[in-house]
Design a protein around this ligand. Structure first.
Ligand code: NAD
Ligand code: IPM
Ligand code: MN
Length: 358
């Protein structure tokens, strides 16, 4: 197939990790006979510096004209003092909203070679295989009214039944294709929004009779997640809780640099690692590219519907990790590479599809 992929490198380590993911996508294209055309555009601090706007109209147009978007990360200390509309993070939030991306998939699996990379005991993390479904275009991130003065500030947490229902359906469907276990995380003992959230999930449950549904309060779930992660399969939650819990879940996997995401719901998906611009690592060839490379695999699967190609990229990552290769953020018996050298290894491990028996 021919596909146009927009690449938004962004700030900090963003350009370093997207470069490796693009190289891997090109290799997949070559091995499977596809032509991927990459178009770069500005977002975040890089876009603020060039145009004054963290999401220039031209960037949005390029994204809309492509089949999928691969994003690095945005933000950094250089722009932290800016007003909200000129902050890099606003560009990312506007992109998600403009493209209608309400479902953010964040898979978290513990690789057998990385059971010692977590500060948690191997017997706790071993075999963990989670799929977070984070609501991405509502809640506190976008709620009105919002305001700031140096005496008082306001944010608002609204959700409608329709907003909850559409993301919950994504979670139910994913659960039905996995271990049929769904936990919905809320704060229904305090928040009205969460009471509605819980009710909508309950109302949907009969339509998915094979899926076991449980509800958990976010505070106790935060503990359960790192004490008994194997008890969970699909985790459905609202925007802010999902942001926080998925970074926490990175402790299970061994590093924030490993985790990918897919933001879906509109006609063009955005695929990005869950980590930020890691200013402490930027420009040093030290960032782990795996979260972005696995995001590229999700782009193949969900953005281009190329299932075998996604698996080929994921199994290349698996084999490189199994061989004991990684970056310096991975503790344990791992040979540390730079960003580029690890990316090269993964790219070289991408194999063509098995020849079909005649
Ligand atoms: P961060 O995710 O950038 O970094 C947190 C920690 O994880 C740091 O110690 C960092 O070195 C490490 N880390 C992150 N990515 C890594 C990788 N690929 N390999 C190895 N280690 C990695 O979070 P932060 O420091 O809180 O935020 C920095 C900036 O990034 C802020 O401006 C923030 O707003 C922004 N941010 C952007 C996104 C995004 O673009 N999606 C996500 C989170 C934070
Ligand atoms: C993420 C990030 C973003 C979020 C920020 C940078 C707006 O933390 O993608 O997880 O909070 O969604
Ligand atoms: Mn985050």
């Amino acid at each position: 197939m021919d596909a146009r992929i927009t690449v938004l490198p962004g700030d900090g380590v963003g350009p370093e990790v997207t470069a490796q993911a693009v190289a891997c996508l090109s290799a997949v294209g070559e091995r499977f006979g596809h032509r991927f055309e990459f178009q770069e555009a500005l977002i975040g601090g890089a876009a603020v510096d060039a145009t004054g706007d963290p999401l220039p109209e031209a960037t949005l147009a390029v994204c809309r004209s492509s089949q999928a978007v691969l994003l690095g990360a945005v933000g950094g200390p250089a722009w932290d003092g800016r007003p909200r509309h000129q902050r890099p993070e606003s560009g990312l939030l506007r992109l998600r909203q403009a493209l209608g991306l309400y479902a953010n998939l964040r898979p978290v699996a513990v690789h057998p070679a990385l059971e010692d990379a977590s500060p948690l005991k191997p017997e706790i993390v071993r075999g963990t295989d989670l799929m977070f479904v984070r609501e991405l275009s509502g809640g506190l991130y976008f709620g009105e009214p919002r305001s700031y003065s140096d005496q008082a500030a306001v944010n608002t947490l609204p959700y409608t039944r329709a907003e909850i229902e559409r993301v919950a359906k994504v979670a139910f469907e994913l659960a039905a294709g996995r271990r049929r276990n769904l936990v919905s995380v809320d704060k229904a003992n305090v928040l009205e929004t969460s009471r509605l959230w819980r009710q909508v999930v309950e109302d949907l449950a009969p339509a998915y009779p094979g899926v076991k549904v449980q509800h958990a309060y976010v505070d106790s779930f935060a503990m359960a997640l790192i004490t008994r992660p194997r008890d969970f399969d699909v985790v459905l939650t609202e925007n802010l809780f999902g942001d926080i819990l998925s970074d926490e879940a990175a402790v299970l996997a061994g590093s924030l640099g490993l985790l990918p995401s897919a933001s879906l719901g509109g006609s063009v998906g955005v695929f990005e690692p869950i980590h930020g611009s890691a200013p402490d690592l930027a420009g040093q060839d030290r960032a782990n590219p795996i979260g972005t490379i696995l995001s590229a695999a999700l782009l193949l699967r969900h953005g281009l519907d190329l299932q075998a190609e996604a698996l080929a990229l994921e199994s290349a990552v698996d084999r490189v990790l199994q061989g004991g290769h990684g970056t310096g953020d991975l503790k344990g018996a791992i040979h540390p590479h730079g960003t580029r050298s690890l990316g090269d290894r993964i790219r070289e491990a991408i194999r063509p599809p098995r020849a079909r028996a005649p």
